[in-house]
Ligand binder design. Structure first.
Ligand SMILES: NC(=O)c1ccc[n+]([C@@H]2O[C@H](COP(=O)([O-])OP(=O)(O)OC[C@H]3O[C@@H](n4cnc5c(N)ncnc54)[C@H](OP(=O)(O)O)[C@@H]3O)[C@@H](O)[C@H]2O)c1
Length: 286
């Protein structure tokens, strides 16, 4: 049901459920429900403070662990919604923080571990070394990054880390990431789109509404299919059962080339994550 992309022999379902801002029993229930209706990819993060609930949702679903692709992210900045701005994690705390993620997720490993944001106390080389050590220890199947621009990706390569699995970035019809996506393609880094339905904005756009009528789909499905046809993975978040089903029902139609182009034309440089509260640095995004 959920089509996959693959790299290094590891298959990643092209749609995952995002879990940012879902807490408590709604998180447990939506993760369980997602798995029961066919999702096999869950995106979470230490920063979201809900890995325990994600773990509970997984175990309630009774879907085998091996069938599920779990991504989590190291919060190197120490920032959490409940505690506000914290100090950067020191090297040894990074491994400890990840061990807590595993404990909370009730799993011996994750499929993919990302650096959540390119800010850390230590330098990039040390940081990647710590993550790749976790991979050697088989606690992590693949290592990736999030919110990295093309310069930082190049730096990873220059440091000898040429096997970055993915870069998770904001991507939707209202934000072109052309330059960054080209660099990622050159480096064979899989793109993962966060905010793929622009936090609901796609449902209110005239062109996407018109195309939804043409294809007998919803505007969110048009946006997710448009991303899928570019061979980009997406992780829409919903805490609503109806939209959960909607967001994964995108495999039974194809958007024509001329309509793909029209959607590319909706770019308006709209960023939902322009500047995390923790990010005082002036950071070029591409
Ligand atoms: N790496 C990073 O720095 C980073 C940053 C941001 C996000 N992420 C990840 O990416 C995931 C997705 O991003 P996001 O949550 O920011 O934005 P999103 O998935 O684009 O949008 C989620 C919002 O859209 C609504 N929605 C969901 N399905 C819909 C549909 N079919 N039609 C209309 N509205 C719909 C949801 O409300 P309901 O819940 O009421 O349906 C929610 O308010 C996050 O949950 C997180 O896992 C990562």
């Amino acid at each position: 049901m959920n089509h996959t992309f693959s790299k290094n022999g590891l298959k990643i379902p092209s749609i995952g459920i995002g879990t940012w801002d879902i807490q408590g029993s709604s998180c447990i229930n939506i993760v369980q429900e997602a798995l029961e209706i066919g999702y096999r990819h869950i995106d979470c993060a230490s920063m979201y403070e809900n890995e325990k609930e994600v773990g509970k949702g997984m175990s309630n679903s009774r879907v085998d662990r091996e069938e599920i692709f779990i991504t989590t992210k190291i919060n190197t900045t120490g920032w959490t919604p409940s505690k506000g701005n914290g100090p950067y994690l020191k090297n040894q705390e990074i491994t400890r923080s990840f061990d807590k993620s595993l404990l909370d997720l009730d799993s011996d490993y994750v499929d993919l571990l990302l650096i959540h944001w390119p800010r850390f106390e230590t330098n990039l080389g040390d940081m990647l070394e710590i993550l790749y050590k976790l991979k050697d220890e088989k606690k992590v199947n693949e290592v990736g990054v999030a919110n990295f621009n093309s310069h930082l990706l190049k730096e990873c390569f220059d440091l000898g880390f040429k096997d970055i699995f993915c870069n998770q970035i904001e991507y939707h019809p209202f934000l072109s990431q052309t330059k960054l996506l080209e660099v990622m393609q050159d480096f064979e880094i899989l793109p993962v789109a966060y905010c793929p339905i622009c936090r609901g904005d796609v449902a209110r756009h005239d062109v996407l509404i018109r195309l939804s009528e043409k294809y007998l789909k919803t505007p969110a499905q048009i946006a997710l299919r448009w991303i899928y046809q570019q061979k980009i993975i997406s992780i829409p978040k919903t805490a609503n059962s109806y939209r959960l089903q909607e967001n994964i029902d995108i495999y039974d139609f194809e958007i024509e080339d001329k309509d793909m182009l029209e959607i590319y034309g909706l770019e308006r440089n709209q960023r939902l994550v322009p500047n995390l509260e923790i990010n005082e640095l002036k950071y070029p995004f591409d």
